[in-house]
Design a protein around this ligand. Sequence first.
Ligand SMILES: C[S@@+](CC[C@H](N)C(=O)[O-])C[C@H]1O[C@@H](n2cnc3c(N)ncnc32)[C@H](O)[C@@H]1O
Length: 507
Amino acid sequence: MKTRSVASQIALPLVEVNPSPTYEARIREAYANDGATSCEARIALEFKCARLLLPTDEFNRKLVSYQANKEARLHNWLKYKEGFSAQLVGNLLGKFGVGPGQKILEPFAGSATTLLVAKELGIDAVGVEILPVCHLAWEAKSKYREYDVAELCGVLKWVEETTPGQSSTPFPHIAITESAFSPEQEARLMWYREQFDALGLSNPTRSLLQLVLISILEDISYTRKDGQYLRWDSRATKAQGRDARRVAQSKQPFKAFDKGKIFEVKEALITALNQVIRDIEAMLLNGKLPGHQELIEGTVLETLPKMEGEQFDAVITSPPYCNRYDYTRTYALELAFLGAGEEEVRHLRQELLSCTVENRSKLARLEAYYSSIGRATDFQKVVGAVNNNHALQEVFIAIRTRGARGDLNNKGVIRMVEGYFTELAFVIFELHRVCRAGARVAIVNDNVRYGGEIIPVDLLMTELAADFGFSPETVYVLPQRKGNSSQQMGKYGREANRKSITVWLKS
Ligand SMILES: C[S@@+](CC[C@H](N)C(=O)[O-])C[C@H]1O[C@@H](n2cnc3c(N)ncnc32)[C@H](O)[C@@H]1O
């Protein structure tokens, strides 16, 4: 089946179409499994959405990930690997024709890429984000006009010329961060924190220095952020203890992991400070543009339902993927440094859009919440759309079947997948409500596969969007990684999981 050219992008209703024999064969081959479950509803959905799929190099993997931000001033102050690039946001805003005087929404703001691009373009923006570390990043990055460069240069000079001391205040560890630093590094880190508080600096500088300290935690630690979890270098006592316990149980120790250079606190601080000062100086040369941007702290599942309707001209976002990545583990060092204890971290984990195997159902709570704000009927509408969606129900049944057959390596995946799509349905419903007519919504997401079952996240979201009134326009399909030989691909075939940007229009 031919895909459409960029020029012919127009919103069409989702209707059944007859695929060409070659296209049908390709899709059937991709979904083929051992026959334990049906994939007919998903295959039908693929046919229904085929005309939307637009393979493109315009949005490559670099743009759709944090990679392109590594060189982008301001955006690289905090390495937020789950973010997308500022360039992607700029491209989409240009494509959608959104400019100053208009207002956009980013419901999963993360490191605030969308908000910061909006700020530089003079576009109003509202973001929602659950993690405190992202709020600190926004606080520090969005104030770039308020910094006193001379004061910052003074701090840099002081760091360069001063031999660091050792604090006796321990790092506020939680269980999963214990032994992340050598005792010397930890005592130095805490010493800098105390000194920065005692230097009598202005408030903007103090909040920027907090972010600078946060931004070096990984580099000075024995850990590396690795998607689902933190990886531990073999030099960490935690890794050594874990291996000793395994050996005592006559098991093989884990494969040794060496993260490479662990930076001295002073060295890492000097590098980070130089970078922020350089960026601030460069950005101050640009004229100030009008526009108001704010980041709301909390869960999107409760903030969106309370927002005034018909107010946004575009949404550019990327929710957590349905891939078991646990942000509260990956960012455990940063959360602990900011004072989040065990209880708060556990609470944040549960508040995440269900993307980890530990998430419990939020449905009863959502029902009570929608009733409490007088919107019980809307709750029923969303639940009805989920229950009546054939492809989605097929996915839920398939994943449960895989769990029962022992084809999943963690049964928590069942609850995660069900929670993920149910919660996402509420988000999509609310996005439609808060968008103005003519607004476009762009969502970056990855398809996933569990127990051999392909879950076409992009098309499942798109079908829900169409149910709630959006006109699906395009599913930009990103180039696949060549030679990808992940475990699942080896076991289930050559087709890699689609990575895409779905675009819907509120007409
Ligand atoms: C893929 S990241 C978004 C990255 C962002 N686009 C950027 O460029 O940095 C998804 C974000 O959603 C946030 N998140 C997850 N569940 C949430 C919820 N229930 N409410 C608000 N934010 C949530 C996560 O903390 C994470 O920062």
